[in-house]
Write a protein that binds this ligand. Structure first.
Ligand code: PLP
Length: 514
């Protein structure tokens, strides 16, 4: 009896645990940052452009934050401009520098593993006549410097290369890249979003001309970024309006966010001092995961100097990441995947493909990113849950493959089809016949309407989100839950005949409980 009670307690403790291991996606706002932001929100509403007292006070707060950001990245405060996010910073530089040089010079060299905020902007610039060349990277994602130099010619004006990659954690030798670029009179933009707070950032020592930053990756608020522009580097504003940010970026400044960014930057030294601890936790986790699944493949560079201390990208052959992530979520653990199924089409990550992973391997890959609050117990818990999953000791969600989903299942009275797709996917594609549409963001508001005696078949665009919701329903006591593998997208491709014949028939939109 006592043992049973103890097991029950252990079960409760396990299920009440929440372990956040997705710090490369975003971080929680630290208490110092919160305090500072609350104070500014409460007391300092003045417009920093106003000349009277409360306006001057806001301007002073902004300049203090600018100094704090500059200190953290080793720049001068007059080289820092606040933006709304790093996506804006990357857009601003790529577009502005292109318009400065084009059509005299036409070429930008970048890497295939940049963040979409750079890659999508480069794609857009290509439509305007800019030539973008992507330099080769090795299996670890490191830029091949000799190859990079060979691509530089008199048409080139800019090199765009991130310091540290968000998915694998690979760190580039940005000082060496800048040195080569400078030999050819080229400008350099570097995305430092993942680097700041994880490894030392020194824009002056590196010699780069432009750098982008984002507060929410280092325990600051969302919606605020920064741009470093080395003195006398070309820049044309792309937001026109008032004279804010020395005319570089118009729009009334978000004082509380700027103050929060400054406060986050004040904690950078503390974060850097924690790197060794995170590295030790990561190494321990790698060792344990290798014991659990000896054929796992580490995609992050294994050399400490070449990888962010908090980031682990790992492939578990023949274990789909959607199922693993859903199981981890069920047990309170947040990690991210090597494919972006939330966008609908379950696309394998461009970063993983660039370093040589197959589509299949990318779909068997997860990213674990540790943070300041990660403890040894968290790592112990995560490895235990992974082991339970690998060894089949976890609740089971029935899987329906696209080939299996035929007319018998679609029209079976005992099957209740639950559509958890986001609204934009519903606009693009008709749903399965007899679907019950709910908002995936607030699934808990529909629980009373879902039948407990039927088989609930959950589907989303790509099969990842529905997996998570299936596990959630299991946790809420629904015994018969199935998930459509590959989602509607997979089924449409596999059974287009049935999609054409039945999709969109007899749909029900469920009302949320208040
Ligand atoms: N660059 C990198 C490397 C990132 O990881 C991110 C965010 O994930 C961004 C840019 C975009 O940052 P923001 O969310 O501030 O637009």
């Amino acid at each position: 009896m006592e043992i049973q009670y103890f097991e029950f307690l252990k079960h409760l403790i396990r299920f009440n645990r929440y372990v956040y291991l997705d710090h490369n996606a975003t971080t929680n706002v630290s208490s110092n940052v919160q305090r500072r932001m609350n104070q500014v929100l409460k007391d300092h509403y003045g417009n920093p452009s106003s000349l009277y007292g409360i306006g001057r006070k806001s301007a002073e707060i902004m300049e203090q934050a600018r100094q704090q950001v500059a200190n953290a990245i080793h720049a001068n405060p007059d080289e820092i401009y606040f933006t709304s996010c790093a996506t804006e910073s990357n857009n601003a530089i790529l577009k502005s520098v292109s318009s400065h040089f084009f059509p005299g010079k036409k070429k930008i060299i970048s890497t295939p593993i940049e963040h979409p905020s750079a890659l999508s902007t480069l794609k857009h610039l290509e439509t305007l006549g800019i030539i973008v060349e992507y330099c080769a990277v090795d299996r670890q994602g490191r830029v091949l410097l000799n190859e990079l130099e060979k691509q530089m010619d008199e048409q080139t004006f800019l090199v765009c290369c991130m310091v540290a990659n968000n998915e694998t954690g690979v760190i580039q030798d940005i000082a060496a890249i800048t040195k080569i670029a400078r030999r050819h009179d080229l400008l350099v933009l570097t995305d430092c979003v993942q680097a700041l707070g994880k490894i030392p950032v020194n824009v002056h020592e590196w010699g780069v001309h432009y750098a982008s930053f984002s507060a929410h990756k280092l325990y600051g608020p969302k919606g605020i970024g920064a741009l470093y522009i080395k003195q006398s580097s070309p820049f044309t504003p792309f937001l026109h309006g008032g004279h804010q940010e020395s005319g570089v970026r118009a729009g009334t400044e978000s004082i509380h966010n700027i103050a929060g960014f400054g406060a986050a930057c004040q904690e950078v030294d503390k974060l850097l001092a924690d790197a060794e601890r995170l590295q030790t936790l990561k190494s321990r986790m790698i060792q344990q995961l290798k014991e659990i699944k000896p054929d796992c493949v580490i995609n992050s560079p294994q050399s400490e100097a070449e990888c962010l201390p908090n980031t682990l990208n790992i492939t578990f052959p023949s274990v789909g990441n959607a199922g693993l992530m859903a199981m981890l979520d069920y047990r309170g653990i947040a990690v991210s995947a090597g494919s972006a199924c939330s966008t609908g089409e379950d696309m394998p990550s461009h970063v993983l493909k660039s370093i040589g992973l197959s589509d299949q391997a990318a779909r068997e890959t997860i990213r674990i990113s540790l943070g300041h609050s990660t403890s040894a117990r968290d790592i112990q818990y995560v490895t235990q849950v992974v082991q339970d999953y690998m060894e089949g000791r976890t609740p089971y969600v029935n899987m329906i493959t696209p080939a299996q989903l035929n007319e018998t299942i679609l029209f079976d009275e005992q099957t209740y089809i639950l559509d958890v797709r986001p609204p934009d996917d519903r606009k693009r594609f008709k749903g399965l016949p007899n679907s019950h549409e709910v908002s995936p963001l607030s699934i808990e508001k529909y629980l009373d309407q879902l039948p407990r005696d039927k088989e609930i078949l959950v589907y989303c665009p790509g099969g990842g989100l529905s997996y998570m919701i299936s596990y959630y329903l299991k946790a809420k006591g629904f015994k018969h839950v199935s998930n459509l593998r590959g989602g509607l997208d997979g089924w449409r491709k596999r059974r287009n005949d049935l999609y054409q014949k039945y999709a969109g028939q007899n749909l029900t939109v469920l009302e949320q409980a208040q």
